[in-house]
Write a protein that binds this ligand. Structure first.
Ligand code: SAM
Length: 270
């Protein structure tokens, strides 16, 4: 089983995954929300957590400093080296064939495989593997990209007309072979994500808006100011706190999950 060459090239040459969650307001929002949502469901430390598609280990690091016993797996050698250098037990591998025994973990977290595996059968295999290595009653959590995210994002960047074909493909199929940013990516509807998690044998499935409607405020700030000083009206209060509050408030209203660019799905092994 090999990973697409494009994926390795993307994460080795084009995207610095180690700094992504710390170098932008959007990244900091994602990090804070993953942390608060995971902590809502995880058992107390020192529970064992599998970080599948964990990249260089940004989430594994805070999990470990909170006392969790984390093992990370990723198919990109550069990520596994970075995670290892940060002291995280890390192994090169693929979510579709985990190197671990049945029920080794109290929880499994997949922030990557759900949007990088474009074939439904591959996502099914990855989810079943995550369920297999999780104890009965343990949680499997995933991050997915909302199918509407490209439409709103391209509109806000004012390049929708230029990207219209790609955006239309994604809205229709959840995928576009013409996606110049990253062809190897798939985009979920909320219903589809729920059904994939339920189909893998998880119960009590919840889908949260990870970044919420306020995530679009962070996108706007990152793209317009990109390190420039913010005007007074955007500096106080901290826009990250505004976006966080917005994500939390919106999450109480299931219809607003649809407005989040990132989705956080979680269910319990039956
Ligand atoms: C955007 S990064 C996210 C990294 C980390 N989970 C985070 O949230 O910061 C997506 C990750 O998914 C990994 N990935 C892609 N396809 C995968 C697969 N088939 N199995 C496991 N991981 C995969 C990539 O190598 C990459 O590290």
């Amino acid at each position: 089983m090999t990973i697409h060459g494009e994926l390795e090239k993307f994460y080795t040459e084009r995207c610095d995954e180690a700094s992504r969650l710390g170098s932008s307001v959007k990244g900091r929002l994602e990090l804070a929300r993953v942390r608060e949502l995971l902590c809502r469901y995880l058992p107390e430390p020192p529970a064992r957590v599998a970080d599948i598609g964990g990249g260089p280990g940004v989430h594994a690091q805070w999990l470990r400093s909170d006392g969790y016993d984390v093992e990370l797996l990723d198919p990109v050698p550069h990520h596994v080296e970075q995670a290892g250098a940060a002291g995280i037990p890390a192994v090169l591998g693929d979510a579709r064939k985990l190197p671990w025994e049945d029920e080794e973990f109290d929880a499994a977290f997949l922030a990557g495989p759900m949007y990088h595996l474009v074939e439904a059968a591959d996502r099914r295999t990855a989810l079943r593997e995550a369920v297999r290595v999780t104890k009965y009653g343990g949680f499997v959590a995933v991050v997915a990209i909302n199918r509407t995210a490209n439409l709103v994002g391209s509109t806000m960047a004012n390049n929708l007309i230029e990207r219209r074909g790609v955006v239309a493909d994604i809205l229709r199929d959840g995928f576009s072979a013409r996606n110049e940013r990253l062809a190897q990516a798939t985009y979920h509807t909320v219903a589809q994500l729920r059904s994939e998690l339920t189909g893998a044998g998880l119960r009590a499935v919840s889908v949260h808006g990870l970044t919420g409607p306020g995530g679009w405020l962070t996108v706007m700030i990152d793209s317009h100011y990109n390190g420039l000083p913010l005007p007074d009206t955007l500096r106080e209060p901290d826009p990250l706190q505004t976006a966080l509050e917005c994500a939390r408030l919106a999450d109480r209203h299931p219809e607003m999950v649809q407005s989040s660019s990132l989705l956080f799905g979680i269910g319990q092994r039956d």
